[in-house]
Design a protein around this ligand. Structure first.
Ligand SMILES: NC(=O)c1ccc[n+]([C@@H]2O[C@H](COP(=O)([O-])OP(=O)(O)OC[C@H]3O[C@@H](n4cnc5c(N)ncnc54)[C@H](OP(=O)(O)O)[C@@H]3O)[C@@H](O)[C@H]2O)c1
Length: 246
């Protein structure tokens, strides 16, 4: 059995990744605040466990991971994967207009939660001599800086550096967990919608997102998920890498 822990599966890219991974040889642990009944209805013999969980609640992540790992049968596990996909784009404003609560949520969901999940994943899988991989969904916002998106860009840059550092710590030993950050491209999801519909008076870059949409440059979540899943399960998953283009 291959086990997958996936965050942000209620919609967008996370939902498409989960849909792609549902098959009888896989067991999925899906995490988001809103439960995805459509996804759950595709479960085969109970191979999807859904956790309605707010990743902003950093202090409760350990309990969540304990619950997930109590469902994993080490004797049947041939591989285990963590996909840190959940993210929030807001606050979409210059930094002096951003509310501290929104800034904290951005950093909690986009950076702190993946760090804690990674830490617990490595700890809990330590005794398992099987394939263990973590895919962190990052963004080209690390390099393409836009006015009004400093928190998102900073969190994703942090995620990339974190992936490199943990990759270095884990190294290439038999029980190493491989960690990779990926920039998935621009995808037609509600995150894009939120950016292009944001108030132009506070988010100067809204027009750029509107143009990208108008010009048909957004890729479907399904097409992106296909590439990401192939990458996750494939041979080019190189320890500590940051993949800028799939
Ligand atoms: N769309 C793009 O063009 C694009 C480009 C580059 C990178 N990315 C990255 O791709 C990933 C997926 O983004 P997307 O475009 O699919 O976004 P999306 O449609 O907005 O979906 C975001 C997902 O994250 C979950 N999430 C948000 N806050 C959460 C919280 N507090 N606790 C638990 N789950 C939470 C949401 O579920 P709930 O709201 O139900 O909690 C939802 O399932 C993100 O890492 C994003 O940064 C996207």
């Amino acid at each position: 059995m291959k086990y997958f822990i996936i965050t942000g599966t209620s919609r967008g890219l996370g939902q498409a990744i989960a849909n792609k991974l549902v098959n009888p040889g896989h067991h999925l642990f899906c995490i988001s605040r809103k439960r995805n009944d459509d996804l759950i209805s595709r479960s085969m013999h109970g191979n999807i466990d859904y956790y309605e969980f707010d990743l902003n609640e950093a202090n409760q992540i350990e309990e969540l991971m304990q619950a997930i790992f109590s469902e994993i049968d080490p004797s049947r596990a041939e591989a285990i994967y963590l996909i840190n996909n959940a993210a929030v784009i807001s606050p979409l404003s210059s930094i002096e207009q951003a509310e501290s609560r929104e800034l904290a949520r951005n950093l909690n969901v986009n950076l702190l939660a993946p760090m804690i999940l990674t830490s617990l994943f490595i700890r809990f899988t330590q005794p398992l001599q099987i394939e263990k991989r973590i895919l962190n969904v990052s963004s080209m916002s690390v390099k393409n800086h836009l006015s009004g998106m400093s928190a998102y860009s900073a969190a994703k840059a942090g995620l990339d550096v974190f992936s490199k550092c943990v990759g270095l710590e884990q190294g290439e030993g038999a029980s190493a967990v491989k960690v990779v950050s990926v920039w998935p491209g621009i995808i037609d999801t509600s995150l894009q919608e939120e950016a292009r519909n944001a108030d132009k008076s506070t988010f100067a870059s809204a027009g750029i997102f509107a143009k990208v949409h108008e010009r048909g440059m957004l890729v479907s979540p399904e097409a992106t998920a296909k590439k990401l899943v192939e990458f996750l399960l494939g041979e080019s998953f190189v320890q500590g890498a940051v993949i800028e283009e799939l």
